[in-house]
Design a protein around this ligand. Structure first.
Ligand code: SAH
Ligand code: SF4
Ligand code: F3S
Length: 450
């Protein structure tokens, strides 16, 4: 008698940052090569994986509520395997499986390379837990994996490329250095080879990822900087655009800005979060710069890179933040003229230095400050986008618009979102669009040239 093993169907849901999106893609690639099939609906799946984020309590609460809902699904289908991957898995470890008895696998971000054998051990006889005890272990694993499964690339024309993993900055509020481990840069030759392969596979745009991407190269021999890496990637045929995130203000050098300006494929867009405009708060956050330094960095970047657009993040309600501190933040936001700005309410993370300080800003004050920053940014965002009305821009098409499938969405080199009517799916193509309307989030126009 011939027994046939049924193909295992796997469903992955990803929370958190781009790093997690990349990890999910690479993890699914490994599973597909091991014979699993990826499904889009969790009710079809034999294995459900949640790739999780711990950066704020809210991110964790979302996963807890998903796990609550999965309990019912598992009651109906006892053979279902549930795995928690990523930062929350590393943070919570075995506690997660204790709290949720439906969890079969807990796998930290630096263990995702072992996902296939780990799932093989999930046989219903108790949870499998794979997390790193030490910051220095593991960081060569999945992020540095060069062979990706073509069928798992979410977008044909775009790919994330991990250039470094971990973070050594230890900003006082942040849990990432504890979960992603020590900072390690990937050798440039590996990255160049991966990007060549992506280009051969039809990829035209890459985004280089690192928690602190502009410190790329620290510890590598011979010494190499992000500017050097960009210069190595720029000549690769087929690649049209190169982006990198996230930059730390203290490491944003003139040399890097000059490389962005000089290299034709490197896009004029920087994400450089200031986090606060108050020097007292920046000191408590251990960010390593002052508000004056941040403003000087912005001026330098704008002088060196024509048409550059900059995005920022702020945290409001950090311990001891007064109205005066907040006004300094508001004033920095107004002066910075960001293209986009993300604003987060401070969320104490156990184990971080800031968690030792009293979380003394009431939630309603955090919410109100959050609203005030977002409102001020909305005015700037709208003004910047309205200024494009009547002009033509070049956009790289991403695909059909999420809100209205009859329209396509693309981005300019400096990261403006552009919507336009299109006769067909132009994903991956460059189009010229004359802008006719603007909202704080996007501009709309008509294609004048494909
Ligand atoms: N490495 C990147 C991003 C880290 S996490 C950087 O340094 O910029 C993304 C954003 O989450 C941060 O920029 C910060 O604004 C926010 N963040 C991190 N920890 C937080 C916390 N404990 N509470 C609220 N927001 C936080
Ligand atoms: Fe967190 Fe700071 Fe590292 Fe960013 S640079 S990941 S905010 S510790
Ligand atoms: Fe979240 Fe981990 Fe990214 S905590 S923001 S998924 S590095």
């Amino acid at each position: 008698m011939v027994t046939r093993l049924a193909v295992k169907k796997v469903f992955m849901q990803t929370f958190g940052c781009q790093m997690n999106k990349l990890d999910s893609e690479l993890a699914l690639g490994r599973l597909v090569r091991a014979g699993y099939c990826v499904v889009r609906d969790k009710s079809d799946a034999d294995v459900i994986l949640l790739n999780t984020c711990s950066v704020r309590q809210h991110a964790e609460d979302k996963v807890f509520s998903h796990l609550g809902a999965l309990k019912r699904l598992k009651e109906k289908r006892p053979g279902l395997v549930v795995g928690v991957l990523g930062c929350m898995a590393q943070k919570e470890g075995r506690k997660l499986a204790k709290r949720f008895d439906i969890v079969d696998l807990v796998c930290g971000p630096r263990r995702i390379a072992d996902l296939v054998p780990l799932l093989g051990k999930c046989n219903g006889s108790g949870p499998v837990v794979a997390v790193d005890g030490d910051r220095r272990s593991g960081n060569r694993a999945v992020s540095f994996e060069a062979d990706r499964a073509v069928e798992c690339r979410p977008m044909k024309h775009h790919a994330y490329v991990g250039v470094m993993a971990g973070c050594d900055n230890f900003c006082s509020y942040c849990v990432v250095p504890y979960l992603r481990g020590a900072e390690v840069s990937r050798p440039p030759a590996d990255i160049v080879e991966e990007v060549r392969r992506l280009a051969d596979d039809g990829c035209v745009e890459i985004t280089l990822l690192g928690q602190n991407v502009n410190s790329y190269g620290v510890g590598l021999e011979p010494k190499v900087t992000l500017a050097d890496l960009l210069a190595m990637l720029d000549p690769i045929d087929g690649i049209e655009r190169i982006n990198f995130v996230t930059s730390h203000p203290k490491d944003l050098t003139r040399e890097l800005c000059e490389a962005v300006a000089a290299l034709p494929k490197v896009c004029e867009y920087l994400h450089v979060p200031p986090q606060s405009g108050s020097d007292k708060i920046l000191g408590l956050m251990k960010r390593g710069y002052t508000s004056k330094h941040y403003r000087e960095m912005l001026t330098m970047a704008r002088e060196v890179i024509p048409d550059v657009e900059i995005a920022g993040d702020f945290i409001v309600g950090f311990p001891s933040e007064t109205e005066e501190d907040f006004m300094r933040t508001l004033s920095l936001l107004k002066d910075a003229e960001f293209l986009n700005c993300f604003v987060f309410k401070y969320s104490p993370r156990p184990g971080t230095a800031a968690a030792e300080l009293e979380d003394d800003v009431p939630d309603e004050v955090k919410r109100e400050r959050n609203q005030r920053l977002l409102q001020a940014q909305e005015e700037i965002s709208l003004r910047k986008r309205r200024a494009l009305i009547g002009h033509t821009v070049e956009a790289l098409v991403e695909g059909p618009s999420k809100r209205d499938a009859s329209r396509m969405t693309g981005r300019t080199r400096n990261n403006y979102i552009v919507h336009f009517e299109s006769p067909g799916n132009l994903a991956g193509r460059l189009v010229t669009v004359r802008i006719t309307a603007a909202t704080p989030l996007a501009v709309t126009g008509d294609v004048v040239e494909q």
